[in-house]
Design a protein around this ligand. Sequence first.
Ligand code: ADP
Length: 711
Amino acid sequence: MNEPLEIRADFVEAREVLQRLARAGASAAAPPSGNGAPSSMATGQAAAAVPSTWAEQTLRRLLESLPDALVVIDARGNIVLVNGKTEELFGYSRAEMLGQAVELLIPERYRAAHVGQRANYFAAPRVRPMGAGLNLQGRHKSGAEFPVEISLSPLQTEHGPLFTAVVRDVTLRKREEAKFRTLVENIPAVTFIAPLDDSAPEFYVSPQIEQMLGFSQKEWLEDPVLWHRQLHPEDRERWNVQFAPTCAEGTAFRSIYRFIAKDGRVVWVHGSAQMVRGGEGQPVFLQGVAFDVTAIKEAEEAERARARLTALQARINASVTRGDALPVMLRRCVEALVEHLGIPLACIWTLDESQESLRLQASAGAVSAPIASIGIGSGIPRTDDEVADLIAGHLARVMEQSRLTSALSQPLRMEDRLIGVAALCAPGALPHDVPPLLRQICDEIVLGVGRKHAEEALYRLNVELERRVCERTEELARSTTELREKSEELEQFTYVASHDLREPLRTLVNYPQRLLKHYGDTFNPEAREWIERVTNGADRMRRLIDSLSYYARVLRRDRSFAMVETAVVIEEARSNLQAAIEECGADLRVGEMPAVRGNQQQLMLLFQNLIGNAVKFRSSKRPVRVEVACERRGDDWLFRVRDNGIGIEAKFLERIFGLGERLHSASRYTGSGFGLTICAKIVTGHGGRIWVESEFGEGSTFFFTLGVIDD
Ligand code: ADP
């Protein structure tokens, strides 16, 4: 673009000097003589003449000191006056220039046209810059061209009109301008100038505007209000309000607005502008710069969307993990969707296959929810599109009534199985990040629903389990009570029976003896033997009854539990068995024994039976040895009573704990077969177990456990 020329003060000054020179009588119309001295003013004839007056001399010196070249031509276009600066600028001597057509000083290609232009000017001369808007070029004698600014003015003399051209070399300025322009037009921003007054520079928009908004620089320059039309309609009002103070008071303007680009894109622009005032403080023009900040805005928007997503996800996550019932959980989810997305309606339906419908479980938002159920008939919609169609059809009425234009639905699927649908409605288009967002949210909701189903199944299982445990516990308590009652009954019966049996037994023993005493002589040996057998049988029965009543007595007498030092009860048992131990010279060794919680009398009986059996069922082949020991096994004490007696055949190992079980005849080993039964009863009554290990012919070891007392 061409810059307008200005009429500088020194041009005006030069013109005045010339007029004064003319008035001083310098001749300007005569042809050049060609001998102008370089140090003095050359004016044709006058050039040779010695300046006649002080005034003339002064004026000539003034001309020579002008910073610009001065060329005066006559009405024929011939050069009649030049100054030293002209020689310097164009490379010609004064003599070479004087009398020549002024076209000598312009590039050859313009010369022909210039002649016509010059004639036009001469016809209506006035003071003005030459070639306004054109890039004027001077031509050096060498042929080199250089940019110039020229100011023209007519001058009336007695010898006719003269025309002065003040010529300035603007090479440096043009270079500076070019540099400045390159700078301005290469920054990644649009610069602009908007005139507010006639003296202002023209409206200017830098060419970067095309890249920013798609309209060319030319389009902007031809239509100075184009930019206002392209301002986003929603931002116009704000712009008017914010920009007014800049125009009225000259305060700096700085703000962000949206523009609509030529292709319809929305472009975010950060603009700043300030007013430039004239010498009298009047507003002259506005200058400003505008940056495209769309990328920053989009990044901010993306960041906001991310933050919104994170916040919404956190809230959905909290809702689905709170442990609320399913409808409450879903209600919290739709409330979160409505609040975070700023929408007027969000709903969730769940599939009720038995009812062949989608049942509305939760809805939130300013718009009231659609009717509760969506009938789906026998065919469940399979694809997302089918679901979307179904929901869109269902929501159509609500949307129309509430002027909502967008609906978005998302199926809730658990392992590809449709379990429900979530849907959103909005008055305008939903932001593009909402569909993926809703998908993610629905995944969370499905997880939550899955968890809820699992929890409910677990809860139902627990309830069932508890019910069964209660039933079993009651059953157990019933059987325990029954058992205890039976056991007590049995003990009672045993006691009573053993007591009541004594009397007839006594009879059974007495009368055969009386028979022998009074009629013994009449009996043959066979009869005597029979009577003896009856007596022996009765005797055995007596022992049996004795044992029965003894054990019944022991077990009934004392049921209380206390701390028992087992070493003490073993010592008591040993003392009770003293006679039998001494009789066979048994070596009884007792290791370190713990204190246990139990019944002292019963525990004594337990050790007495086991040690007594160990001594009774001794082997005649070796000295009798009995060892009692105890060791800790987890929460139990493990006791053992080991002997080196006759041992027990493997097949009898379990049987011997049964009531009245004996492996030997009474003639060989006395006993009733109750001992181990009683031992087992005592041990289980103390919460322990009893068993035996044995090597037939080598010896046996009886084991039993009793609980360790907690500290
Ligand atoms: P009893 O000793 O009165 O016969 P028990 O109930 O004490 O009755 O014992 C049952 C049977 O177990 C005994 O008759 C015997 O055959 C066998 N028995 C018990 N203890 C031992 C032992 N230490 N060694 C070998 N056999 C044993």
